[in-house]
Every structure is written in C-alpha cells, then in structure tokens.
Design a protein around this ligand. Sequence first.
Ligand SMILES: C[S@@+](CC[C@H](N)C(=O)[O-])C[C@H]1O[C@@H](n2cnc3c(N)ncnc32)[C@H](O)[C@@H]1O
Length: 417
Amino acid sequence: MDLQFENIGCVKDNMKSPIHNWYRFTAGFSYKFVDYLLSDLPKESVVYEPFAGCGTTLVSSQKNGFHSVGNEGQEFMYDICRAKLNWTVDRNKIDNHISLIKQAISDEYETYNLSDENPLLIELYDRNNLAILCIIRNYILSLKDESYKLFFKLALSNVLHRTAIHPIAVPYISRTRKLMNNGQPFEKFVSTCNKMVDDIKSQSTDYVSSQVFLHDSREKNALIETDSCSICITSPPYLNNLDYGEVSKVPTHFWGITNTWNDITSKVRINLVTGATTHYKETDFDINKYIKTPFATNNEKLIPQLLDMFDKIKINAQNRSGKKSFHILMMHYFSDMYNVLLEMRRVLKSDSKSYLILGDSAPYGVYIPTTQLLGEIAVSAGFNEYAIYKIRTRGTKWKSLSNRHNIELSENILELN
Ligand SMILES: C[S@@+](CC[C@H](N)C(=O)[O-])C[C@H]1O[C@@H](n2cnc3c(N)ncnc32)[C@H](O)[C@@H]1O
C-alpha cells in the first residue's frame, strides 16, 4: 500500500473539502485515504463502514459514485451523516424557511424563556445567543419534511460550535480556552446554509446514493445483506481514547436527545463499542463468566496474554489516584470488537479487503498492542490474514506529564483479507 500522503489519521484534509467540512468532529480520518482506496475499484463495488461517525467514508463514496452502506450507533451522528448524504434540497425552499425563521426570531426573541434549557448550555452560551439558537431549533424540530429538517439540523449544529464561549469539539469541553467570535448565531446559520447548498450544487448530480443506518455494529444489521460488500473502510473507537457520549453531549443536550449523565449512558454509550471506563459498571464484570464467552472460547490462544495485561493494569491502578478500571475496559473492548468483526465478515464478500485505522494504547503504563490483537481476533472471526501499516507515532505530547507513561504509541492501518 502506498502511504505517501500525510494526515491519514486526522481530519485536517476534511476541513478543506466541501461537505466533509460541514461538521467539526474530533475523531475521523482523511477523505483522501478513502479516495485512494476507491480509485482502484470497479464502480459496482459496495463499500461498508461500521463506524460511520461524521461520514468520511460514506460521503467520499457518494462523491466518487460508489454505493456505500454504514452503521452509526449514535442518533446525533447518524443525523449528521444523513444530512451530508442528502443532496436533494432546493435553494428556494431553504430561503423560504430562512425567512420564516427570521420572523420567528423577531416574534419570540424578547420574551424567550431559557429556564427549561440544560444548565450546560446556559453556561456555554451567551444568553441572547442561546435564545436565538433555541428559537431556530424549535422551528427546525417542528418541520415535517425530514430532508429539510436534517439539512437545518446539521447547519445549526455547526453553528453551535461557532457560538460557544469555549470550544466544544474536543474530547472534553476546554474551559481554559475562549472563542472570541462567538456571536451572530442567525447570520452564521444563514451563511452555513448557503455554503451547504453551494457545496451540493458543485457535486455531480448522477450520484449513487449511500446509506447509513442507526445501528450498533456489534449486532447483525438485517438490512445489509450477507456477502454484499467489496471493501470496508473505517476507523473504530480506539481503546481508551474517547468517550463518544461525552464528545457529543453539547449537541445532544441541545437537541433534547439527552439531558443528564445517566441519559448519556442509557441512550448513547449503551449502543457503542466499550471504549472508555464510563461505559460500564465495574461490579458487573465477572472474569470467570468472561472466559466462557464465545469471544474467549474462540480466542483461546490470546486469553493468557489478555489476562496477563489485565492483572498488570489492575496492579498498577492501585497506585493511581483515579484507580480506573482500564483492565476491565480492555476486556470489554476486545470482545465488542470481536462481534463487530464477525458482522464485518458476514457482510463482506470472500475476496474483499478491509482497512481499519486504529491506535494502540498503554493504560497505566501497560502497553496493549491493539492493532495486532485485533488482527488476530479478525482471523478468529473468519478473515484469512492481516497486515499492519504504521502511519504515525502518537501520544508523545503527554511526555512532560509526570504520572504519564513514556511508551511510544502508534496509529496504524490494519488491513484484513
Ligand atoms: C472513530 S469514530 C469514526 C470516525 C468516522 N470514520 C469519521 O470519519 O467520521 C467512531 C464512531 O463510531 C461510532 N460507534 C462506536 N461504537 C459503535 C457501534 N457499536 N456501532 C456503530 N457505531 C459506533 C461512534 O459514535 C463514532 O461516531
């Protein structure tokens, strides 16, 4: 594989590319990698993306005239993806809605009551701006036409990022940093809508539609046929990298999907691969039951290695103030990913290829060769073989932290055949 281009594992390129840049999402990878992989494929190939996120693979496939299917476990990100794939909106209708929204703002702004809004929103937005954002939101939620509702939802979610007092597109809201230009929500909303329409118009109109499902990729998606896809291009959650429920909590609170920490757990985290210690209850984990699960029995050779890392992390945790249960997280992560790989194997044709962008990790200083382990697990799930290509070294910016390990981590592409 020719990996001569930069930034595969980050969203830098996407921020300059129409449609890809409609929504700022912390996790993601370069659309150029998808374009590169698709450039060699026959046009009838179908692309599979089990972790759609903000849709890099699906949007690139649609731009290049390929049919693609994907799953996203979070309702909010699912809507973002659907909006990016929805290229049938009409400029005149958009303009009519914008006039009605302007009218709603002038009618309701003086008396708009923020007392029912989530306290996090009150804290993160100037009150006047928040009132305008909420009036626009209420108008959007009242729309019957799903296509325009999705379009405007994405536009307003984009504006949420550009009107917050502190940046919100980070793993955790960074209250030490301030956004200076955080005003003019309506004006930003209108210009975002106009840009989105222009971007759609710049695309070829005979596109082949891509499709995303609100679905947990650990389970069978009966709407995707067995042996139907030729390639998988994805980036799964990394072990102990991001809590995706936390990452999207400002927009999910704003759109009324969640309101509390418990909502994030019961409505968002529950449908996702276990990637952070916030996903489970420590006391629910029983190692004796775990080693009898289908994952453990089908991966007998790996279990001693996993148990060894499990014990080491657990011992190291005792000397750390947070005492986080990274050992349990790791066990959940690999068994979840086994289920994802089984479903991948089912939907992919036998001669297909898969590319997973992945990072390894070292919780409490215990190195976990995540990419290699997932390669082995993929073989147990029915893939023939795997190869690993390193794309960058990561984690070095934390070296100055005194309680942080100094193990060099990497980001890799796991290729499955
Ligand atoms: C690393 S991001 C994917 C980034 C994506 N490829 C992009 O470019 O935007 C992982 C995504 O997978 C989603 N996810 C995590 N577990 C999932 C699951 N079990 N099923 C479906 N989606 C899941 C998360 O909500 C998140 O949006």
